[in-house]
Design a protein. Structure first.
Length: 249
């Protein structure tokens, strides 16, 4: 078989595996909240998941691993440490995934504005919410099958069009920056066949979203995963919510 035929057969096989529920997922940021729930959702669907946590502390993800029949591997990576992301890339060099999902996000006081936020706090949000996720895409993207998908957790609050009330100014700005950087990435890779996604999970009751949020994790995460799976095979960049609906830029 020629190398071209072999590559086509490999891509075909990967696509069939993903469609049949045997997808391979590389999930960055899964120790708690939405990341943990996304790992659990893909495992429930029969997928194999490599998921990352920060530090060496035992997390809920480790408890999940005990019931995952060997389909969950845990790696330790701080997304804000480029050398750790690169080391992960090297450890996984021989493997390929149907989906790379980057889940990273921190917030700050909703009342803080550019008039009173400290430079350190502004920098913290921009690095964690915008720069580091994009660095992860840049570093790990080649591990995704040519017909696979790459997704980043964004937010409806990153939409400039939907910002009519203000609040969470610095968080909003960091997610808008993420969206812009992902659009630049898509423009640079316009001939890439991979599906690129920015996902808005809704306002969810997590440590980040707080107790007053409108959605539970169980209401948001299955929708996020369904939206990702529904986009498989569609090239270009899509900004979607947990219902699979397009979010205005």
């Amino acid at each position: 078989m020629s190398s071209i035929s072999e590559n086509a057969a490999s891509e075909n096989s990967a696509s069939q595996n993903a469609a049949s529920g045997n997808a391979t997922v590389l999930l960055i940021g899964a120790s708690r909240g939405l990341g943990y729930a996304i790992a659990a959702e893909y495992l429930d669907r029969g997928s194999r998941v490599v998921a990352t946590v920060r530090g060496s502390r035992r997390t809920a993800l480790h408890e999940l691993q005990a019931t995952a029949d060997g389909r969950l591997e845990i790696e330790h990576v701080d997304i804000n440490a480029p050398e750790q992301v690169q080391a992960l890339r090297e450890r996984l060099d021989a493997r390929r995934f149907d989906l790379l999902f980057v889940n990273a996000g921190v917030t700050n006081s909703p009342e803080e504005t550019t008039a009173d936020v400290t430079t350190d706090e502004f920098t913290r949000l921009m690095i964690t919410n915008a720069l580091s996720p994009m660095r992860a895409i840049e570093t790990l993207g080649d591990l995704v099958h040519p017909e696979g998908s790459m997704a980043i957790m964004s937010s409806r609050q990153g939409s400039i069009a939907h910002n009519e009330r203000g609040g969470f100014e610095i968080y909003r700005a960091s997610k808008s920056a993420l969206n812009q950087l992902m659009r630049s990435y898509a423009a640079r890779h316009r001939h890439d066949r991979r599906t690129l996604l920015l996902m808005a999970p809704g306002w969810v009751k997590t440590e980040l979203g707080g107790p007053n949020a409108r959605l539970t994790v169980d209401e948001s995460v299955p929708g996020v995963v369904r939206a990702i799976e529904a986009q498989r095979g569609r090239t270009g960049l899509h900004f979607l919510d947990y219902l699979g609906q397009t979010v205005a830029w």
